[in-house]
Design a protein around this ligand. Structure first.
Ligand code: PMP
Length: 351
């Protein structure tokens, strides 16, 4: 029994759902008003941190679990397994919890206590492995996940890097949402590239529905190999791809189709952080580092465009998870980045 009478009421339009997983997606587009000063194109940010698990990865998590249920790879009472320290783990454990599965997440030992706590809070069993192992090593995070998925009865490996349900999630939800929300007026789509799921699925949908009119722009850390960098380390988490120094054969993930990208903007850590700080202070948007990279690319593109152009940029997660890094003067200063000065000065009423 629900409070709604299905034939007469559109439950989703009232914001009433039967499950938390139904609240994934349909995130708002919010226009950027101040960081766009001097730009005549319109720039909208798609706020993926408003998903229930706090990130864009909820979409891929739900789609991968649904596809595995449909194919029979994940059966009732089964266990969802993944190797990830990031948002995908949270999305998977959240969806697993809501649908009655167990979850096992393998993380490298550099993973913060907060992130491990978040996974455990959703009931996940967390396996910590030594970090920095090359991709062929048995202790490499993804290899441990593969082994556990095979050993655990009813285990199923999500495998976001080569699971087609990851980009499909965006082909069927993120892309159509952007098209509908802009009433077909979007001209440029900008996103960072991690597994490539977001940019591939969304970009392919928008190119198809617009007859090739929508341009897809990838935002990549300057030294990432996606954009032709040398693979040197960078500080912005969750985007870009590097070759492990001990393996020269690392391949790009199947979930990234480079053909979808019309152009790739290479963004330095400093540029991403500068934009990130402005978004928090001038737009009221406390967002994660990869959003700084993506919005920096979106602004660079928008500067070259006219008043009829509409740019949509993905904001993958919130800045709350990074307060001790990107918004912390001690961290910024230690690494030689410009400091983040929260406005200071006399508090009204102070003597
Ligand atoms: N930003 C953040 C914060 C993420 O967690 C991810 C996922 N790794 C991305 C960007 C990149 O998204 P995708 O994997 O779909 O390319």
């Amino acid at each position: 029994m629900t409070i709604l009478d299905p034939p007469t009421v559109d439950a989703a339009s009232l914001g009433v759902y039967d499950s938390i997983t139904d609240a994934i997606g349909n995130t708002p587009l919010v226009r950027l008003n101040r960081v766009t000063e001097g730009i005549s194109a319109t720039v909208y940010a798609k706020l993926e941190f408003l998903n229930p698990g706090g990130s864009v990865k909820d979409r891929a998590a739900l789609a991968m679990i649904r596809a595995a249920e449909e194919s029979g790879e994940l059966l009732p009472g089964g266990t969802v397994v993944e190797g990830t320290s990031g948002n995908t783990g949270v999305g998977l454990t959240l969806v697993a919890a809501a649908r009655g599965y167990r979850s096992v997440v393998v993380v490298p030992d550099k993973t913060s206590a907060e992130k491990i706590g978040l996974l455990r809070a959703h009931g996940a069993q967390v396996h910590v492995t030594p970090g920095g192992r090359p991709s062929h090593h048995p202790e490499f995070v993804r290899n441990v996940a593969i082994r556990l998925a095979a050993e655990i009865p009813g285990g199923w490996l999500a495998g976001q890097y080569d699971n087609p349900a990851n980009p499909d999630a965006h082909r069927t939800t993120t892309g159509p949402e952007i098209w509908r929300q802009t009433q077909g007026r979007v001209t440029h789509f900008v996103a960072g590239v991690g597994t490539g799921g977001t940019i591939t699925g969304t970009g392919e949908f928008l190119a198809e529905v617009s007859g090739g009119a929508v341009q897809t722009v990838g935002a990549d850390p300057e030294t990432s190999v996606y954009g032709g960098g040398d693979g040197r380390a960078w500080y912005i988490e969750s985007v870009g791809h590097f070759l492990h120094p001990q393996t020269e054969t690392d391949e790009w993930p199947d979930s990234y189709h480079p053909d979808v990208v019309d152009r790739l903007e290479r963004i330095t850590d400093v540029e991403a952080l500068t934009v990130l700080h402005r978004l928090a202070r001038e737009e009221g948007l406390l967002v994660g580092g990869s959003a700084g990279t993506a919005v920096a690319a979106a602004l660079r593109v928008a500067r070259t465009l006219g008043p009829d152009d509409v740019v949509v940029v993905i904001v993958p997660d919130s800045g709350r998870a990074y307060l001790s890094k990107y918004f912390d003067n001690e961290w910024l200063g230690r690494l030689g980045f410009p400091l983040y000065h929260a406005p200071s000065g006399p508090v009204v009423g102070d003597a």
